[in-house]
Design a protein around this ligand. Sequence first.
Ligand code: NAD
Length: 282
Amino acid sequence: MGARIIDGKESARQVKAEVAELVAGLQYRPGLATVLVGDDPASHTYVKGKRSDAEEVGIRSTHHELPGDVPQADLEMLIDQLNSNDEVDGILVQLPLPGGLDSERVVARIDPAKDVDGLHPYNMGLLVLGRPGLRPCTPSGVMRMLEDNDVVVAGRTAVVIGRSFLVGRPLALMMASKGVDATVTMAHSRTPQLAEVARDADILVAAVGVPRLVTAEFIKPGAAVVDVGINRVEDGLAGDVDFDSVREIAGSITPVPGGVGPMTRAMLLANTLKAAKARRGA
Ligand code: NAD
């Protein structure tokens, strides 16, 4: 029997409905500012999607576009202006930035209270300390999907393949945090015997960027498998998981597309609402 499909579109729809309802009850409209630098077509598509999501749930979105050769100082000046603009609750700088720009410095320039991508060192620090703060969207989306689909995490063994600051590292921290209580291994490109390590997992997350790296031999029978990967391949999009072989062994699995991707977008809205309420005091 094939694994149960964990439907990211359905969870995302729920998150958006919750945010829309809460936004409708506010005395103000939360504001999200998007910043797009250069002309990468994928980045344009992502930002367009994020802006229309925002409008859909009643968040006001303002958009700022800069040329790919913009000086670092000009980009940072825009961030400063958005930081001091009281109508802006969340600032989203679409990454990656074109070569020549220092994205770490740009992210660090964002007011941590408006850091709706959850990537500012201050918010990362809060995550490490287990204190409340804005969390990165993709790992938050994964946690929410697991919860919505009744995947038990507490007391289980989780293996996260990937240690990026965007996905793998924060997700491993979230899973190991107090109250979530998984026992977590963070594997990466230098992990020996990766398939064997992965086979220990009750919950296996692939956040790697290598199409179909995770095959049936990585899977403990009945495991929950979360595929974060989005890779462009000849015949379209592929995850990091070889869906067809893995679904025969796994207990549940997220598809690509229609899995983690929609959740990442939805959690940006949840973060914008959270930032707005925290900043405005209600
Ligand atoms: P990254 O390149 O920053 O990090 C990849 C990680 O995978 C690294 O820590 C590396 O050590 C590890 N790795 C690389 N090759 C490996 C191998 N052969 N075996 C084991 N580990 C290996 O990438 P990222 O930003 O974390 O993104 C990972 C994937 O997730 C990409 O496909 C990306 O497009 C996708 N992604 C999807 C979403 C979403 O919303 N679904 C969001 C962010 C990223």
